[in-house]
Design a protein around this ligand. Structure first.
Ligand code: M6R
Length: 363
């Protein structure tokens, strides 16, 4: 039932504050991580974990890419790869490596095959971040960390992605403890997670402005999404959403790579979308965007109250109350809405895009 919404995708975007809160339920409390909720077996595995290999497909792969920044921040080496490539590679598995899969459905053929293939490679064990308790990947993994997004019907994954990031954040905090972080060190991060549903509500309030933005967009044939640091995978996710449901060719690039090729594509017909959070790379991204403006590229920016943008022409929306550790999750929401509204204007089938299936159970 879509309720008051025109599409499942829109309904699922708006469900995010609720399902994020649900995914945190019983796992954090008053600034503490409730590790007991992970179960004994998971905690034992985490005790021995020195590094992590993350394998997934599509949107779930992007969640893994964001998590890599988080794991590395606390000193845990982390490799992330798409399942269809990983399967056919001879991976070297260092001692103490945990094999992690991320999958909404738990039925993705390549991810499942990667898990099966990993069994005799010398991993400590396997953990799946999944949304479907009775799925094959949950059954075949040693332990599972469930997202609680509820059924996701739209082929374009939205609430599954943000709840995956929340689950991964919990995992990062559990590992941080093992890396010597004290409860006091972690309190701030846990509070940031706790306030995430509220932050997402605020962004959802921008829906109408995003719809406006989408109007200058729907006649475009190409789009470039830029980001740096953890916002690079968020740019990848934004580009995937747009191409999947609006059929506009969209590419994501780390902003620093612009000069190494894609800048040649930029002219007045090229929209460039970028998340501009207030983070240590801000000045670098701004100077990358200057390059875009110098070639007449049209800028669509999502930024932070505290950021001063000095560019000659752009459209922007300002997000407020952003915290660094959860910012990639919050910044995902406007990109989902942008893709949705562009598709709506173009009249494509938002919930069931051509050629795609919700769950890819063949190679
Ligand atoms: O169920 P999974 O998370 O394993 O699915 C992986 C991809 O097929 C999926 O994320 C796909 O990329 C989505 N349609 C993206 O919106």
């Amino acid at each position: 039932d879509k309720g008051p919404y025109q599409h499942y995708m829109l309904k699922e975007i708006f469900e995010q504050p609720g399902v994020v809160a649900e995914t945190l339920e019983g796992r954090i409390y008053k600034g503490r991580l409730l590790e007991e909720s992970f179960g004994y077996e998971t905690r034992e595995l985490l005790d021995q974990t020195r590094q992590i290999h993350i394998i997934a497909c599509g949107t779930s792969y992007h969640a893994g890419l964001v998590a890599r920044y988080w794991f590395e921040d606390i000193g845990i080496p982390c490799m992330v790869e798409v399942a269809s490539e990983y399967r056919y590679r001879h991976t070297v598995v260092p001692e103490g490596t945990l094999f992690v899969t991320i999958t909404q459905s738990g039925e993705t053929a390549d991810t499942l095959a990667a898990l099966r293939g990993a069994k005799d490679k010398g991993y400590l064990g396997s953990l799946v971040v999944c949304n479907v308790p009775e799925s094959s990947l949950v059954r075949e993994s040693d332990v599972a960390l469930m997202t609680r997004a509820g059924t996701e019907i739209g082929v374009a994954s939205t609430k599954a992605f943000t709840t995956q990031l929340v689950a991964l954040r919990l995992l990062v905090l559990a590992m941080a403890k093992r890396m010597g972080y004290t409860e006091d060190d972690l309190r701030g991060y846990i509070e940031e997670l706790h306030s995430l549903p509220r932050q997402m509500e605020v962004v959802l309030g921008l829906n109408e402005s995003i719809e406006q933005m989408a109007r200058s967009f729907s006649d475009k044939e190409h789009a470039l999404f830029l980001g740096r640091g953890p916002f690079y995978p968020i740019a990848m996710e934004g580009a995937l959403k747009l191409k999947e449901i609006s059929y506009i060719h969209a590419e994501a690039y780390p902003a620093g790579e612009l000069k190494h090729g894609p800048l040649a594509l930029v002219d007045e017909k090229m929209p460039v979308i970028c998340a501009l959070p207030n983070d240590p790379l801000l000045d670098k991204v701004l100077s990358n965007l200057q390059e875009v403006r110098a070639r007449d590229g049209e800028l669509f920016l999502f930024s932070d109250q505290e950021v001063k943008i000095e560019l000659d022409k752009y459209q922007s929306l300002t997000l407020s109350d952003i915290h660094p550790s959860t910012a990639p999750i919050v910044y995902t929401v406007p990109l989902q809405l942008l893709a949705y509204h562009v598709a709506l204007i173009k009249g494509t089938d938002v919930d069931q895009p051509r050629n795609l299936a919700k769950s890819v159970t063949v190679e």
